[in-house]
Design a protein around this ligand. Sequence first.
Ligand code: DGP
Length: 114
Amino acid sequence: MADCIFCRIVAGELPADVVARTPRCLAFRDLDPKAPTHVLVVPVDHIDHAGELGPEHADMLAEVFDTARTVAEGDGVAASGYRLVFNVGDDAGNTVPHLHLHVLGGRPMAWPPG
Ligand code: DGP
């Protein structure tokens, strides 16, 4: 989608601090990090949000979660723990309408989130 920020990052049209790349997804550091590790894992093919996922996305999702684990290991937070978050809709604070998995770690995090 031409007007989607994350599609443009995937296409290399906008800069990003890329930490991992696979055939179906890209992982890059969040512009406004909420934790020492804050990486977004996004699918290459545009999908708006997690509420639109179906069985046909199983392979892509497996790759997204596999990449999240690779990112956590690379940042050294796999053993200490990390949080994986998909925000859906306004009440969750979803601001970018391209599916993205937040990988957050490097500090203790409250539950439930504020
Ligand atoms: P969400 O609230 O779940 O929609 O999270 C969107 C995240 O995307 C938010 O933490 C800030 C981040 N973000 C927004 N625009 C950019 C950008 O252009 N580059 C990067 N790296 N991150 C962005």
